[in-house]
Structure formats: structure tokens, C-alpha cells
Design a protein around this ligand. Sequence first.
Ligand code: MG
Length: 368
Amino acid sequence: MKITKIEIGYIDIPLVTPFKTALRTVSTVNDLLVKVTAEDGTFGIGEAPPTAVITGDTKESIEAAIRYYIAPAIRGMELEPLEDVMAAMEKAIAKNTSAKAAVDIALYDLYAKTKGLPLFRLLGQKAPEKIETELETDITISVNETEEMVRDSIRAVENGFRILKVKVGKGGEKDVERVREIRKAIGNDPILRIDANQGWTTAEAVRTIQAMEDASLIIELVEQPVNYHDFKGLQYVTAHVDTPILADESVFSYEDALRIMEEHAADLINIKLMKTGGIHEAVRICDAADKNDVQCMIGCMLESKVSVSAGAHLGAARGCITMADLDGPSLCKEDPYTGGPDYVGAKILLPETPGIGITEVPAAFEEV
Ligand code: MG
């Protein structure tokens, strides 16, 4: 079956509260959507957020990569083997992982629909016994003044979230205070994940994490303590603290993930489709993680339900993915889509409908 049409559109969804990390502040999800249609009229949907500070991809660059490079390369190709379509996309343009992710997700959605399979069943075919149909996500607590973070944490726990991902990385000592006060306010039951978003130096990271350990703040893991290209620093932190270290911004490709595993530069890996360029490369990372017995998190940027749900399908399909950080839809004020997984508090429930499951998208599409 041939790929006949590629379209793009945009959605704009306000957030419940501004999203603040050591890198940025954002108040709406303004993402590009991709629709890929096959000759029998079946279509798949993909999505990409412009996350310039992490991926380097802007709204304009994502649109241009799809319009001028990716769409001309894959239009008219046979959908099967999907490998060949992915190879053509990879050959058409280097990097541009968000643009590739949007098209990759739409292609997987379309492909799974033509097979009549939910995406998680398609992706979990090699080890169907590992498939789970329900995930539990954490929720992000933005980095702010301590009192505000304590308030946000209490509200998250009241709303049913058992796992909080606390953004830090804005002054090591202050960060210890932030986490100490949050732990004091919510008690010892909720799980705390800490994300420094590259905000510490190597020495500051070791000092700060050790201070949290000494204060018995019970931290499940610390995410990306140091700058993304500082593999040596990341490795040093991993070797000098007891708390598991999760690599996020340091891992885009399969090669990055392999290097982290081989050099033991981190204990865990955060897979995000916008970094890998979609499901195709993420599956390669999962295969390597299985081989090396490394656990992964499936994460997202500030995305809405289309691409976050693609990540949820992968998380449900693969046993190496033991943690979900898929709170994008929970941070949005509204859900403009029809169909797809249900996001109920911290739970993500995957439907047994073909593809990702989303049947209607409220965007005006333009053919490219
Ligand atoms: Mg992170």
C-alpha cells in the first residue's frame, strides 16, 4: 500500500499552570501535527513540539524539514517494509529529530492500523508476555520558590499522583531545601524523582545528591545532573553517589545510549521520541537496554496526547521500560482529541483499538 498524502497542521492547548525547569518556562502546548494517508484512505497521526533548548528544533525548522525534505522523500513509497520508509527519511535529512519523530509516529500509527493492531501489540510482538495495558505516570513539579513547590506537590498527591518528578538544578543548597520541605509536607510514601536538567556542576551534583542522601530524603533517582555533553562528569556523579542516575538530555540516539551503557555513565536511560527521532530508533535503544539489563524511562517533552500516547504504547510494549514520565496531557487544560488512551489521574489506560487509537484531530491540515 502506497503513502499518498502528507499533511501538516497545528494545535494550541493552554497549560493548567506554566511549566518551569532550569532551562525554560512555557505556558501553552503549541505543536505541529502530521497526517500521513495511504492509498486506501487510512491515515496515521503524529505530533512534534518545538523544544529548541533541548532538541534544537523550532516550529519553523520542524515544518521546513517535513515540507522540503521528508515528505518529498517518502511520498509515493510503499508502506511496507516500514524499515525502508524509515531509511529514506533518515537519508533525506540529518538530525531534526522532532520532525522525524512526528512523521515516524504517524507512520507507525498508520502501519498498525493497516495490520488491525493496537500499536502496543505491534511493538510488543517479540515478547507479548511483557506487554502491559496500563501505565502509571509521574507528574512534574516545576522549579519555583520552595513554598510554591510544596503547595504544588501537596496538590499533586491529593490528585492521585504517587510519583512526583521535582524539577531542581537552580542552586544545589537551595535544591536540598526544596526537596527537604516537599518530603516533609507529603510524607515518605510518595516516590520522589529529581530532575536537575543539567543545572549542576559535577562537584555540585555530588555534593547536593549526597546531602539529600544524608538527610534521608528517599530519592528514587536523579535525572541529568550535569551538562548533556559532559559524559565524564555524568560518569563521575554516577560513580560517587548511591542514588541511581538517569541520563536524559545526554541520550538522543541509539549510539548515545550504547555509550552510556558501555561507559556506565548513568544507571538508567530516559527515552523520549522527540530525541530519538521516533519509535524506530527508540526500539533499537530498548533492544540494547534489554541486552545490557538497563532499565529505561519513557518520557515526553511538553506534548499533547498524540505523541505522548505513542510513547505510552512503546512503554506498554517493552519490558525494559519500567518508568513513565508521560504527564503532558495531564498538564494540558483540555483534551481536544477523540479516542486514544485514557489519562485518568496518574493512570494511562491503553485501548485495544488499532494504531495509537486517536480517531479525530481538531486541526486544519495543509498538504505538503
Ligand atoms: Mg529530564
